[in-house]
Design a protein around this ligand. Structure first.
Ligand code: CO
Length: 149
């Protein structure tokens, strides 16, 4: 009886903030060059959002690698072009580029990676995208970012 009450109390503590604000974002990618989301929501109230990218496929990262990059929508295309020159060693992301608001490393099948987005870099009046900057992927692997309070 005592144990049951404790479990209920712990569950309530853990689940209440998660319901109020989702500050953890999980996105899956696969061997078909797809993300499993077309739009994500980022909350300013989080301060920081932990983004986890999973690759549920089997292909190695030099063949079907994926990352996830956040930028303003107008910067997405030039950033992905600059990322190609940066190469796999730099995760196909231009170094120290202020247009890059956050990014993960490139991963292959079966891998997972997490990074943190600083919500101070996002505002509600701007349009943002997430995309994969692996060469040739950004035209398909992309989605819109909705910024909320
Ligand atoms: Co990709």
């Amino acid at each position: 009886m005592k144990k049951t009450l404790l479990s209920v109390a712990v569950f309530s503590l853990l689940s209440a903030p998660a319901l109020a604000n989702n500050c953890d974002l999980v996105i899956e990618s696969n061997d078909m060059m797809q993300f499993n989301k077309k739009e994500v929501q980022l909350s300013k109230a989080c301060g920081q959002v932990n983004v986890t990218l999973k690759h549920v496929g089997k292909q190695p990262k030099n063949v079907m690698g994926h990352n996830i990059v956040f930028s303003k929508t107008k910067d997405a295309s030039p950033v992905s072009i600059a990322g190609m020159s940066a190469g796999l060693a730099n995760d196909y992301v231009p170094k120290n580029d202020p247009r890059v608001l956050g990014y993960s490393k490139v991963i292959g099948g079966g891998d997972s990676t997490t990074f943190t987005l600083d919500m101070a870099k996002f505002n509600k009046d701007e349009k943002y995208q997430f995309f994969c900057s692996f060469p040739g992927h950004a035209s398909i692997m992309k989605g819109n970012v909705k910024v909320v309070d």
